[in-house]
Design a protein around this ligand. Structure first.
Ligand SMILES: NC(=O)c1ccc[n+]([C@@H]2O[C@H](COP(=O)([O-])OP(=O)(O)OC[C@H]3O[C@@H](n4cnc5c(N)ncnc54)[C@H](OP(=O)(O)O)[C@@H]3O)[C@@H](O)[C@H]2O)c1
Length: 256
């Protein structure tokens, strides 16, 4: 049984990945993971490819035992794994709660590693792993500190894993988008936050375009996908401009 697994599938990028994978790949099923069960069942109704809704909170350790048992039972051939579940909180060290910081690290980093480690025994040559990262991984970002640090982890983890998996012929790509306007991410990030922390999200991209570029780049086994011109420009600039200068620019820009 050839399948794809997509986390964070109930909205935003995850949902868009499910739609585009369903159009582009001939698979027996797509396993979709998130907490909001009703949204997962809605996807199953909307798409023609068989969807297997798996309602899990990926910040809970027992979720991975459930998944491990399911994989052992079904023994699928996982052709694509997309780790899109993730969230951010804006604010400084004193404004973001200890719990939120911990959950960001659990979901954005630990859950992503757990998912990847669980899936790898069921992946063979030509399979693809897309780890959803962010342009926030390119440099530290005050007022998105823990989020940016969690994405720096994702980028580093994905790039090393890609080399480790060369011999097995499994593709690994860190997908690093700039702001996206048509997902729930920005509203979740702003919720309960000081409205002055980040005032504007200019030139934000769209989920459809981000996912299309990410799937193309994964096929090419690029280590990092920067979907869209702004993401590409930020990647380029942060390679050549010292990080302290980039951070100073960000500090001015976010207050405009
Ligand atoms: N949108 C942007 O501007 C942007 C830019 C760069 C990178 N990204 C990255 O893109 C990824 C997807 O974000 P998005 O823009 O698609 O935002 P989104 O619409 O808020 O999607 C986040 C997904 O994660 C799931 N999720 C959240 N907490 C979870 C948990 N504890 N367990 C399981 N699933 C959980 C949510 O589903 P439930 O609530 O149903 O669990 C939802 O499906 C994230 O990793 C984010 O960091 C986003």
């Amino acid at each position: 049984m050839q399948i794809a697994i997509v986390t964070g599938a109930s909205s935003g990028l995850g949902y868009e990945f499910v739609k585009q994978i369903a159009q582009k790949k001939k698979l027996d099923a797509i396993w979709v993971i998130a907490r909001r069960e009703s949204l997962l069942y809605e996807i199953a109704e909307k798409l023609s490819v068989p969807i297997v809704p798996i309602t899990l909170d990926l910040t809970k350790q027992e979720s991975f035992s459930v998944l491990q048992a399911l994989l052992k039972e079904k023994k699928p051939d996982i052709r694509i794994l997309v780790n899109a579940a993730g969230f951010g909180k804006m604010g400084n060290y004193a404004e973001i709660s200890f719990q939120d910081s911990g959950k960001m690290i659990e979901l954005n980093c630990s859950a992503l590693v757990w998912m990847t480690s669980l899936a790898l025994p069921y992946m063979t040559r030509g399979a693809q792993i897309l780890e959803v990262c962010s342009v926030a991984s390119f440099q530290p970002l005050p007022s998105l500190n823990v989020y940016a640090a969690s994405k720096a982890f994702v980028q580093s983890y994905s790039r090393s894993l890609r080399w480790e998996l060369f011999e097995r012929g499994i593709h690994v790509t860190a997908v690093c988008p700039y702001w996206i306007k048509d997902t729930e991410f920005i509203s979740v990030t702003k919720k309960d936050a000081n409205s002055q922390a980040i005032k504007h999200f200019p030139l934000a991209s769209r989920a459809h375009n981000v996912v299309r570029a990410a799937l193309r780049d994964s096929k090419l086994n690029l280590p990092v996908s920067t979907p869209g011109p702004i993401a590409f420009l930020l990647r380029f600039l942060t390679k050549f401009i010292p990080h302290e200068i980039v951070i100073a620019c960000w500090e001015g820009f976010r207050r405009l």
